[in-house]
Design a protein around this ligand. Structure first.
Ligand code: ADP
Ligand code: MG
Length: 731
C-alpha cells in the first residue's frame, strides 16, 4: 500500500487516537497546580533567609542592582527545591539570535573523596555560565577564535523545572553576551529597552504631577495561533519536516469558505491535547486563559493573561516548546509557521501591549471620558507619534521569510503600518485637532438585542477592526503583524525603544515650553500638535482593500512588501543613533542584528529551495512518470483491441500530465540556478537576501504551480504526499 494510504488507514482505525485514554492519576486542582514547577515569589519567600529574600525582591521589583553576595544562598535554596521535585541537572536557559531557546545541562553531581556523590550548586554557577558561543549566530560580532560567550542570571524571570518521564531539569532564565559584553540574544535588548522606557515614562509622569511613581512596566499578552496535524502525515511530508510549512499542495475542494471551524465545538481529540497542554503550562506558572478553534481548518489559538513583557516573552518561548512536546505525546504535530498551508489563513501572534505604573495602573486606560484624561491622551499621542515616525522599524520587527506569506495576503494585516483607535477615540482626537467639542460619547449606551429575555449589554466604547495591524482595543494596543513562530522579544524591544523615544521627546518639550504656571495648557497644546502632525497614521477602514494601498501612498506611508525591503534600512545611521541613545543596541550590535535577520531570511529560502528540489525530483516527478505510463499503456491496450478506437480522452489526459511535467522540470532548472546565484552573490547580506527574494522565490512559485497541477492529474494511489484534504481535515 502507498504509505500515504497506510497512514490514512491507521489514523481512521486507531481508536486510541480518536478517544484518548483517561488520565490515570486524578487531576490536581488548578490552584494547587499553578506555578508548582516554578521557583516563584511564593517558593522564594518560604525558602530564603529573610534578608536574602528582601534583597532579591528589591532587584526583581524595583530594578536594583543584584547583590552578588546573596547568590550562594539563592542557589542553595533553588537547588534544594529542585531536587525535591526530582531534578538532577540545571541549565542556563537562554535565547540566542536563532529565535529559539538554548540550553546546556550540568548535573548537580560532585564526588566526595571517598567516592560518594553529593549535590552542589553554587552562587557562581547560578550567576554565570560559559557556553561556547561559536556556533550561535553573532552577526559578525564574534569571530570564531573569540568563542567565549557568557550567560548571566536574569532574576526578574523565575527559574522553573522542565520535567519528563525520566527526570527533571532546573532551568534558569539568563541573558547571553559575548566576552566583549555585546548582546548575543533576544533577552538582553528587551531588558535594556524596558529600563529605557521606564526611565522616560517616570519622567513624563512626574511632569504630569504623579510624583510617587518610581517605575513603569511594559505589560504584554501574546495570543498564539497554531495548527495541529496528524504526526503520521507530518512524517510523510519532507517539506514540513525540513521547513515547517508545505511547499506543495493543491487546493482542497473545501477550505475555510464555510466558516464552520472558527469558534466551533472543539473535537475530543484536540480538547484532550489542549487540556494536557494547559495542565503543563499552568504548572510552569504560565497563565493560559483562553482556547478556541481559529478560522482555518485545524487551526487553534490560546491566550495567556498579560504579564510583564520580559516574563511574557520567556513564557511565550516556553509555550511554543510545550505546544510541540504535548502534541507529540498525542500523536499530533504542532505547526507554528506563519503560513503552513497556502489558500487558508496563516498564523500570527497578536501582541497586546500596554504600560503600567508601579501601583499597577494601566497608563492606557481611557476611563469614561478620555478627553478629560490628560495622562491617557499624553501616552496615546506619544505612541501614535512613535508609530508614525518609526513605521519602518515596526515593519522590520516582523520581517521574516515566513511572515512574508502572511502579511498582506488578504487575511492578515498588510505590510503598511497604520493605527486603528476606534470611532470614539478618533472623534476625541479629531475634535482636539479641530478645536471643537467631542461628539456625545458613545459610552453608557446599552446595546439592545430585541429579545426581552436577553439582558441589555453594555456597549464597548469602540467596535473592532480585525484588519488593522496596530489596533487600540480598549486599554491596550494590539500589534497584530507579529508572526506566530517569532520570539516576541524582538518586536517588543523595538516597540519599547520607539515609544521611549517619543515619551522622552514629549517630556523634553513640556520642560522646554513651560516651567512655571499651569502645565495642563502646555501639555494639551503639545498633545494637539502631535495628533495634528501624525494623524495620517490613523486609519479605521478596511486595511485589506486595494483603496487603502493607494490612500496610504497618498498619505506618504511606507509599504515595505517583503522582508529584504523591510530590513534594508534597519541599521541606518538614524536607527543606530536611536538605539544607541536609549542604550538598547550599540551601532555594532544593531548592525549584527541586521546581519542576522537578513542571513536568516536567505538561509530559510535556501533550505526551502533545496527541499522543494528534492521533493519534486524524487517524489513528484516519479509519480508523474508512472501516471504517464499508465495512460500510455491504456492507449496501447485499447488500440490493440480496436485500432479504430477513439482514444482522445487518454491522449488529452496524457498531454496535460506531460505539459505540467515539462513545466515542472523547467521551473526546477530556474530554481536551482537562482538559488546557486544567490548563494554565490558577492554583495552584502541584504543584497544576498534581495537576490533570493527576486529570483528564487518566484521560481519556487512556478515549481509549486506545476507540481500542484500534477497532483490534480496523477492517480490518487500514486501520489506520495499527504494531500491538503487529509492534512487539514482528518483527525
Ligand atoms: P481581545 O483580543 O478580545 O480584546 P482580551 O481582552 O481577552 O481579548 O485580551 C487579549 C489579550 O490581551 C490577553 O492576553 C490579555 O491578557 C491581554 N491584555 C489585556 N489587557 C492588557 C494590558 N493592559 N496589557 C497587555 N496585555 C493585555
Ligand atoms: Mg485579540
Amino acid at each position: 500500500m502507498n504509505p500515504r494510504h497506510a497512514a490514512v488507514r491507521a489514523i481512521s482505525s486507531d481508536s486510541s487516537l480518536a478517544a484518548p485514554r483517561e488520565r490515570s492519576a486524578s487531576r490536581a486542582r488548578l490552584p494547587e497546580l499553578f506555578g508548582s514547577l516554578v521557583f516563584n515569589d511564593h517558593a522564594q519567600r518560604a525558602r530564603l533567609p529573610k534578608a536574602v529574600y528582601s534583597a532579591l525582591r528589591r532587584t526583581i521589583d524595583a530594578g536594583e542592582a543584584l547583590d552578588p553576595r546573596i547568590a550562594d544562598a539563592v542557589a542553595n535554596a533553588m537547588k534544594d527545591w529542585a531536587i525535591e521535585h526530582g531534578a538532577t541537572h540545571f541549565t542556563h536557559w537562554f535565547q540566542p539570535m536563532t529565535g529559539l531557546t538554548a540550553q546546556k545541562h550540568d548535573s548537580f553531581l560532585q564526588q566526595t573523596s571517598d567516592g560518594r556523590a553529593i549535590l552542589e550548586f553554587s552562587g557562581r554557577e547560578l550567576i554565570k555560565g560559559e557556553p561556547d558561543a561559536s556556533s550561535f549566530p553573532s552577526g559578525g560580532i564574534r569571530v570564531t577564535f573569540e568563542a567565549r560567550g557568557y550567560t548571566a542570571w536574569d532574576p526578574t524571570s523565575p527559574a522553573f523545572l522542565r520535567r519528563s518521564a525520566h527526570g527533571a531539569t532546573l532551568c534558569i532564565p539568563t541573558a547571553f553576551a559575548s566576552w566583549t559584553g555585546e548582546a548575543l540574544d533576544m533577552k538582553t535588548p528587551l531588558l535594556r529597552s524596558c529600563e529605557a522606557i521606564s526611565k522616560v515614562a517616570v519622567r513624563l509622569l512626574h511632569l504630569l504631577g504623579e510624583r510617587d511613581v518610581e517605575k513603569v512596566h511594559v505589560t504584554c499578552g501574546p495570543e498564539q495561533e497554531y495548527f495541529l496535524i496528524e504526526r503520521q502525515f507530518f512524517a510523510l511530508r519532507p517539506d514540513l519536516v525540513a521547513t515547517g510549512r508545505t511547499l506543495f499542495g493543491a487546493k482542497p475542494p473545501k477550505g475555510q469558505e464555510l466558516e464552520d471551524h472558527y469558534f466551533g465545538a472543539i473535537s475530543q481529540r484536540v480538547l484532550a491535547f489542549m487540556m494536557d497542554l494547559e495542565n503543563e503550562l499552568w504548572q510552569l506558572g504560565i497563565p493560559i486563559k483562553t482556547r478556541h478553534n481559529e478560522v482555518a481548518p485545524s487551526q487553534f489559538e490560546l491566550a495567556p493573561i498579560f504579564e510583564q513583557v520580559t516574563v511574557a516573552a520567556d513564557h511565550n518561548m516556553l509555550t511554543m516548546e510545550v505546544l510541540k512536546d504535548v502534541a507529540e505525546r498525542h500523536g499530533l504535530t504542532c505547526l507554528l509557521a506563519e503560513k503552513p498551508f497556502a489558500g487558508v489563513n496563516g498564523s500570527g501572534k497578536h501582541n497586546n501591549y500596554s504600560l503600567a505604573d508601579d501601583q499597577g495602573n494601566n497608563l492606557l486606560e481611557p476611563g469614561n471620558t478620555p478627553h478629560d484624561n490628560l495622562k491617557f491622551m499624553v501616552f496615546l499621542s506619544a505612541i501614535v507619534r512613535a508609530v508614525d515616525l518609526h513605521q519602518d522599524l515596526l515593519r522590520a520587527s516582523v520581517a521574516t521569510a515566513g511572515n512574508d506569506h502572511r502579511l498582506g495576503a488578504n487575511e492578515a494585516p498588510p505590510a503598511i503600518v497604520s493605527i486603528f483607535v476606534g470611532a470614539q477615540l478618533e472623534d476625541v482626537i479629531l475634535s482636539l485637532v479641530e478645536g471643537r467639542a467631542p461628539k456625545s460619547s458613545a459610552s453608557g449606551k446599552e446595546l439592545r438585542l430585541g429579545v426581552n429575555t436577553l439582558p441589555p449589554l453594555p456597549r464597548d466604547q469602540s467596535d473592532r477592526n480585525r484588519t488593522s495591524p496596530f489596533a487600540f482595543t480598549g486599554n491596550k494596543f494590539e500589534f497584530r503583524a507579529v508572526g506566530s513562530s517569532q520570539s516576541i522579544a524582538w518586536p517588543n524591544t523595538i516597540l519599547n525603544t520607539i515609544v521611549a523615544e517619543s515619551v522622552d521627546w514629549m517630556a523634553a518639550e513640556i520642560e522646554r515650553r513651560g516651567g512655571a504656571g499651569d502645565r495642563r495648557e502646555v501639555i494639551q497644546a503639545l498633545v494637539r500638535e502631535v495628533f495634528t502632525k501624525h494623524k495620517r497614521i490613523l486609519f479605521s477602514g478596511d486595511n485589506y482593500s486595494q483603496e487603502w494601498v493607494q490612500e496610504a501612498e497618498r498619505r506618504g506611508l511606507q509599504n515595505l512588501r517583503d522582508t529584504p525591503s523591510a530590513l534594508a534600512k534597519l541599521d541606518s545611521p538614524a536607527n543606530a543613533e536611536l538605539f544607541a541613545r536609549f542604550e538598547v543596541f550599540s551601532a555594532r550590535e544593531l548592525q549584527a542584528r541586521s546581519n542576522v535577520v537578513n542571513q536568516a531570511y536567505s538561509h530559510r529560502i535556501s533550505v526551502e529551495a533545496l527541499s522543494m528540489r528534492d521533493i519534486a525530483q524524487t517524489l513528484v516527478l516519479p509519480a508523474a512518470f508512472q501516471a504517464q505510463r499508465r495512460v500510455a499503456d491504456s492507449i496501447q491496450s485499447v488500440l490493440a483491441v480496436n485500432p479504430q478506437a477513439d482514444v482522445r480522452g487518454q491522449k488529452e489526459h496524457l498531454a496535460q500530465i506531460t505539459d505540467a511535467l515539462n513545466r515542472l522540470r523547467s521551473a526546477l532548472g530556474d530554481l536551482v540556478k537562482s538559488r546557486h546565484q544567490a548563494e554565490e552573490h558577492k554583495g552584502g547580506v541584504s543584497d544576498v537576501a534581495r537576490a533570493f527574494r527576486e529570483d528564487a522565490v518566484p521560481a519556487m512559485a512556478r515549481v509549486r504551480e506545476a507540481a500542484d497541477t500534477l497532483e490534480a492529474l496523477v492517480d490518487d494511489d500514486l501520489w506520495p504526499l499527504p494531500k491538503y484534504r487529509e492534512l487539514l481535515f482528518l483527525h
